[in-house]
Design a protein around this ligand. Structure first.
Ligand code: AMP
Length: 438
């Protein structure tokens, strides 16, 4: 199927052609005609499927030219994070380049003043995170009573982040008659409930089977001791000459520390997480996209919805606590029609998390063993800390047993080859890796 068979107008097709897209993705094929016909939509689609163009293109067509008189907010797109809001805004800009549409982002963490100025100038499309938008609504800075189209993008993430009440309150300020579109990677009971209340006989679209990962992502697990993960990661990046790697950690502290250590290893890296100001986050993302830093270390929340074109490598430095987050993480690679790899460095503490992920995927992930990084079988699993509770050498959680873990990984430590021996083992890394389909 071609784009020009979807019922889109010439100016939108031109904007699509400018992007170099040849054919619509499955979500675009399914969603665009339904939206153009005015139907509500319930879509199961992850980031990377082309969903943004799937709702933006028909939305722009339906909005048409702004009516005479003051511009009113006629389309509202809610997203879980500011990064996703910025990306969706960029898409509206890209696909609407031959249209007189005016769009803006609204999110927290930055001054409200410039946002109010922009709202007052008149805007057709608002892309917002729920919290800040609600502030504006409550303070009567924005009038949502002309909204004709509502999109909830990554609805599952918004619910995970506790936005449900804000969303419901925002919806109360919208006109009853409007077109609604809900996009979600997963469909929990809560999402179903939200969809039932929000949508009117929606067209249901599912482009990837529920909770399955993109076929094109090659997934591998590297069993490794916790205190050797950083060394293995640096080595993989160096040997593979990887130029753009998104690495996930569980905690903000862990993200900062890893970025710092990678820089010390001579690999340019930056961290992106919720404790960083908007400016720092945007800069980190910009530098990463521009190839100025090779590694972006991110926490789950910060990475949600990030659209980085042609991202070839995603590494789980630590597995997520929530198995669904694994699916989201690896969705950052193999985007629309490209291949990618998702590697997970898994230590003994994380075997349980790995089992949960494999249960969700309904299949085992292939294990790869790197010579020189053999797992020390004497190390017993420990409960996973959430980062702030215990610093190295700090107090252990109640019931936690002290272990010789830290010592074991140090050069010359008990039972572990010393630095020079490890250097010898490292050489072998490039030549062979053992594979087992587990
Ligand atoms: P999304 O799932 O909306 O985040 O889009 C993922 C990526 O796919 C973005 O980088 C888009 O630019 C790209 N994309 C969207 N539609 C197409 C298409 N029809 N063909 C190729 N790439 C696309």
């Amino acid at each position: 199927m071609l784009f020009n068979e979807l019922g889109l107008s010439a100016d939108l097709l031109r904007a699509v052609a400018d992007q170099g897209y040849e054919t619509p993705t499955p979500i675009q094929r399914e969603a665009i005609p339904h939206i153009l016909e005015g139907h509500d939509i319930l879509a199961g689609a992850q980031t990377g499927t082309g969903k943004t163009a799937g709702f933006t293109l028909p939305m722009l067509q339906i909005l048409g030219d702004p009516p005479s008189g003051p511009r009113r907010v006629r389309a509202l797109i809610l997203t879980p994070t500011r990064e996703l809001a910025a990306q969706v805004h960029e898409s509206v800009h890209t696909y609407g380049k031959y249209r007189p549409v005016r769009a803006m982002e609204i999110y927290g963490g930055v001054s409200a003043r410039p946002q109010i100025t922009k709202i007052n100038r008149g805007v057709d499309v608002v892309i917002a995170t729920p919290g800040r938008l609600l502030d504006h609504v409550r303070q009567k800075n924005i009038d949502l009573s002309f909204v004709e189209m509502l999109v909830l993008d990554e609805a599952d993430r918004m619910l995970d982040m506790g936005f449900i009440r804000d969303i419901k309150e925002i919806i109360r300020h919208l006109p009853k008659k409007r077109q609604n579109m809900l996009f979600s990677a997963t469909f929990s009971k809560e999402i179903r409930e939200l969809a039932n209340n929000l949508l009117d006989s929606p067209a249901e679209i599912q482009v990837a089977a529920r909770n399955t990962t993109a076929d094109r992502v090659e997934q591998l697990v590297y069993p490794v001791d916790k205190d050797r993960k950083r060394e293995l990661l640096s080595e993989m990046i160096g040997r593979g000459n990887w130029q753009q790697v998104l690495v996930f950690t569980r905690t903000k502290h862990g993200a900062n520390r890893l970025a710092k250590q990678l820089n010390q290893d001579g690999i340019t890296a930056d961290a992106i997480h919720g404790n960083k100001g908007q400016g720092a986050r945007a800069k980190a993302l910009r530098d990463f996209k521009a190839g100025k830093v090779r590694v972006l270390v991110a926490t789950d929340i910060a990475a949600r919805g990030l659209d980085i074109e042609k991202l070839p490598h995603v590494v789980n430095f630590e597995l997520p606590h929530v198995p669904e987050d694994y699916v989201h993480r690896i969705g950052r690679t193999a985007r629309a029609g490209q291949d990618g790899t998702a590697l997970s460095l898994v230590c003994v503490d994380e075997n349980k998390l790995l089992k949960e992920i494999e249960a969700l995927l309904k299949r085992d992930i292939r294990k790869e063993f790197v010579p020189g990084y053999d797992v020390d079988k004497r190390i017993k699993p420990e409960p996973i800390q959430n980062g702030r509770q215990r610093r190295q050498g700090g107090p252990r959680p109640a019931g936690g047993k002290p272990s010789g873990r830290k010592k074991v990984g140090q050069p010359g430590g008990k039972g572990r080859p010393g630095k020079s021996a490890r250097a010898g083992q490292r050489k072998r890394f490039s030549r062979s890796t053992r594979t087992s389909a587990s």
